[in-house]
Structures are given as structure tokens and as C-alpha cells.
Design a protein around this ligand. Structure first.
Ligand SMILES: [Zn+2]
Length: 147
């Protein structure tokens, strides 16, 4: 299934389609410290490009931002968020959110991330209390009862 580059939200606003990747290994979650707005610690995420399917975007974004290969994925939910903005000036995003298994070696993408590392729940909670988690990831970690 392909999605258009821009769609219309339930309320008729311009909307982007995006993918999020929850990557967990041995009880730790892979987070980057974002180098582009919105800032904060976040999982791997990005826009679905023109002509792409969400699954293709997922595999591409994970590779670009982490150097890792997606071996397995599962769509755990999809939802429209009308408070979630991006640096391209759009205020609504429709998210496809996946849980992924990955292989390979981490390679930081300097343009996207100040750092990339694995964080246990306890550390993610601390990031949340310190207001250092990016808003949409804070929302998802809570939604998934990880924090
Ligand atoms: Zn966007």
C-alpha cells in the first residue's frame, strides 16, 4: 500500500504520513538525541516518501539513521496525531508504528543524531522526568506502558 506525500486529516488539515520504529534489545531501547527539530531523545522515525509504502519507509529510515537492517517488523498501531508537528511546517501526522528486530552494527548519522545508544526503561524514565524526551516518543513510551 502506497500513501500520498500529503493527505488530509480528519479535520481537513494538511497531514504527513510517518513511520516510527520501536527497537528493543535485551530490555534496552535504541534512542537518538535528535539533531533536528523537534529536539530531544527519540526512537527512530521519519516521513514516508512519495511512492513509498510505510514498510519501505521503515526499512529505509532505520538504515539511514542507525546503519542497522530491519530483519522483522510488526505494525503495533497506527494513528493520527493532530498535535504532532514537523520542521516542514505540518501540524498533523499519521503514524505507522512498528516494533522491529534488527541486525548489523550501529553507525550514527551525524546530521540526524548527536548520539545513538541503548537505554533501559529506568533511563528513559529519567529522560522523561528531565523533559528530555521528544514529545511524540514520550507519548508512545507512556501509551505502551514502557515508562
Ligand atoms: Zn511532517
Amino acid at each position: 500500500m502506497r500513501v500520498p506525500k500529503k493527505g488530509k486529516s480528519k479535520e481537513g488539515k494538511e497531514m504527513h504520513y510517518s513511520v516510527g520504529a520501536l527497537i528493543e534489545r535485551n530490555g534496552k531501547y535504541l534512542l537518538i538525541d535528535r539533531n533536528v527539530a523537534p529536539f530531544g531523545f527519540a526512537g527512530i522515525a521519519g516521513h514516508v516518501d512519495e511512492g513509498e509504502s510505510p514498510e519501505e519507509a521503515l526499512i529505509r529510515e532505520v538504515k539511514e539513521e542507525t546503519g542497522l537492517n530491519v530483519e522483522n517488523y510488526e505494525l503495533i498501531f497506527e494513528e493520527e496525531l493532530d498535535w504532532n508537528w514537523c520542521s516542514r511546517g505540518i501540524d498533523v501526522h499519521y503514524w505507522y508504528f512498528y516494533r522491529c528486530e534488527v541486525s548489523g552494527k550501529i553507525k550514527r548519522e551525524a546530521k540526524e543524531a548527536k548520539s545513538i545508544d541503548w537505554y533501559p526503561k529506568k533511563e528513559i524514565k529519567k529522560l522523561s522526568l528531565g523533559k528530555k524526551l521528544e514529545a511524540v516518543w514520550e507519548y508512545w513510551f507512556k501509551k505502551l506502558k514502557i515508562i
